[in-house]
Design a protein around this ligand. Structure first.
Ligand SMILES: Cc1cc2nc3c(=O)[nH]c(=O)nc-3n(C[C@H](O)[C@H](O)[C@H](O)COP(=O)(O)OP(=O)(O)OC[C@H]3O[C@@H](n4cnc5c(N)ncnc54)[C@H](O)[C@@H]3O)c2cc1C
Length: 545
């Protein structure tokens, strides 16, 4: 990526073909697609890139077995097609960034033969819907095979498990890779840049945006021929800035995850709990040396708080624990995530868990604003394709071929499953750090180690339990628009997701590197650590209260 000052300079000087508002999966995907088609594009985010839903997902690249079940039960052809499209997209996502996404086996434990038959038929249908895009064929595992692969499973009455495959990915890093790819393609982007107001031309069509740069504390004007609104759950706010008469469409739903030590439920496969007390599914997925458990699905209300609450943690444990030999406890939680799904209102749906996760491109004829609403991470590329097709039509250009189905993201070229081992040997790194850097940066990981020539002490870890090293933090400050401790510990290094206690230990180290690189004075550095630590301690206290 480029420095903020370069991005700000371009925003001040150029007129863009397209300004994309929102730097989550959808916006980053739209900006990259547009730039690759030859449109000059700028991407803006009010916070950090991927700071909202796009880093709070279950990190699955999937069609959604539950959505297929819903489609079949309600004979909903639209929902069936959505699953089929998502299964095609799953493969593109895996192929374009093999360092950030991979196939995983999921086991559905069964305790009766009738359920074994039902789930096996369901997964065979999932394979069939995927067709040539399937990852591995699903199969039935005997009781012994199941316990061999998942020794922590409750074995009382266990008949075996149905095994199927889906993808898993590093959501925050995938988003950052899309932004990086946008820069590589000649576009630009700025985080902490909130679209605050639109200016309309004589016909009432959007021509400029007023953008608040939260870091510099200044207002910028962005000129663009078209504006795409990809702001997820904030989409209605931006739609009403463009045209106050547009009715609200978004129905956000909150979902939380918990992270436990991996040893609490050993194994390499993911577990799917096929039916929760409210008729949903939840997952327990091995995730970067932790076990990720989620998720909940609760409609946003004025009382909703964006933290993992005790009741939500208890709900997840209540659903998961019957499947485990040694039940998990709230006190074992290492960290958690809370996010809002950008669901779109569908007529007749009352519960958010029943709204389909499809997307819609809306063109407002009065203001010219193009909004991309709904969808999910797995379909971000297709959502972008549909949106940029609409942008080209609105610009009066012929719709050009989309180039993102086969567009390897930075770090993907030359990457294979043995890369981390080669990297470890070549640079004499601890195995966990080599795996971590290879997983986050792919074949570009060596660039980070180049910084050690400047200061060899940057080889040290930022906290004793994490594989992340100081050089990686310096790189992310210089080249990835990291502005805060949280940017670095959540979306860049993943330390905060790995563990809140670990993040508390790393915060002063990261703050001192930020202070050094950005010229902060000691008071500002101390204040940043204090604020961050108070927030993290608040998360911990919430769950152990
Ligand atoms: C709990 C949970 C689990 C999920 N699990 C999965 C999963 O496993 N697989 C899957 O495929 N999908 C999953 N999803 C769905 C997926 O995460 C989302 O659909 C996707 O991340 C949405 O991306 P987005 O870019 O549309 O929205 P967001 O990621 O919310 O991004 C919108 C961005 O717009 C910015 N913004 C808002 N207002 C402004 C403004 N005025 N100016 C500039 N920027 C602005 C925000 O700062 C934000 O970064 C899950 C979602 C949740 C919440």
């Amino acid at each position: 990526m480029k420095a903020r000052k370069d991005a700000r300079a371009r925003i001040g000087q150029e007129e863009f073909d397209l300004c994309v508002i929102g730097g989550g999966a959808t916006g980053a995907g739209c900006a990259l697609d547009a730039q690759l088609r030859g449109l000059r594009c700028v991407l803006l985010d009010a916070g950090d890139f991927a700071s909202a839903a796009s880093s709070a997902s279950t990190k699955l690249v999937h069609g959604g077995v539950r959505y297929l079940e819903q489609a079949v039960r309600s004979l909903n052809l639209e929902e069936y097609r959505m699953v089929k499209r998502a299964l095609r997209e799953r493969l593109f996502m895996l192929q374009n960034a093999p360092h950030l996404a991979h196939a995983t086996h999921f086991l559905v434990p069964v305790y009766s033969w009738s359920k074994a038959f039902y789930y096996l038929m369901g997964m065979k249908m999932y394979d069939a819907v995927a067709g040539k895009n399937n990852l591995f064929p699903s199969s039935f595992l005997s009781r012994a095979e199941t316990l061999d692969r998942m020794p922590g499973l409750n074995d009382r009455g266990l008949r075996g498990a149905v095994c199927y495959s889906d993808g898993q990915f590093d959501d925050a890093r995938y988003d950052l890779a899309l932004v990086e790819a946008l820069f590589d393609a000649g576009g630009t982007a700025l985080n902490y840049a909130r679209l605050a107001r639109f200016e309309h031309d004589d016909q009432g069509v959007l021509c400029r945006g007023e953008v608040r740069d939260e870091i510099a504390g200044e207002t910028l004007r962005v000129r663009a021929k078209k504006f795409v609104n990809a702001t997820g759950t904030a989409a209605d706010k931006v739609r009403s800035l463009a045209n106050p008469s547009l009715p609200g469409r978004m129905r956000p739903s909150k979902g939380v995850h918990l992270l436990f030590p991996a040893e609490a439920f050993p194994g390499r496969d993911a577990l799917l709990v096929p039916r929760t007390e409210d008729g949903r599914v939840i997952f327990a997925v091995p995730w970067q040396d932790r076990l990720l458990v989620g998720t909940t699905d609760d409609e946003l209300t004025p009382a909703t708080r964006m933290v993992v609450e005790k009741g939500e943690a208890d709900y997840l444990l209540r659903q998961l624990n019957p499947y485990l030999k040694s039940p998990l406890r709230r006190e074992q939680v290492e960290s958690g995530l809370a996010g809002l799904r950008p669901l779109v209102a569908a007529a007749g749906s009352e519960e958010t868990s029943r709204l389909i996760r499809d997307h819609e491109v809306e063109v407002d004829p009065a203001s010219g604003l193009i909004s991309i609403l709904g969808g999910k991470w797995t379909t971000h590329r297709l959502m972008a394709e549909d949106t940029i097709d609409a942008v080209e039509r609105e610009l009066g250009r012929p719709v050009s071929p989309c180039r993102t189905t086969d567009h390897p993201l930075p770090g993907a070229a030359g990457y294979d499953e043995h890369f981390a081992t080669r990297f470890e040997k070549e640079y004499a790194l601890p195995a966990d750090t080599a795996r971590h850097l290879a997983g986050k940066f792919g074949t570009r990981a060596a660039v980070i180690l180049g910084l050690l020539q400047e200061d060899p002490s940057w080889r040290e870890r930022i906290a004793c339990e994490t594989p992340a090293i100081r050089a990686e933090v310096v790189y992310s400050i210089r080249h990835e628009m990291s502005e805060t401790i949280e940017d670095l510990l959540t979306r860049r290094t993943g330390t905060q997701i790995y563990g809140w206690r670990c993040a508390l230990e790393a915060a002063p180290v990261v703050a001192s590197l930020l202070a050094r690189e950005k010229g902060w004075d000691p008071a500002r550095e101390a204040q940043a650590v204090k604020q961050y630590s108070e927030r993290i301690r608040g998360f911990l206290e919430e769950l152990v209260r």
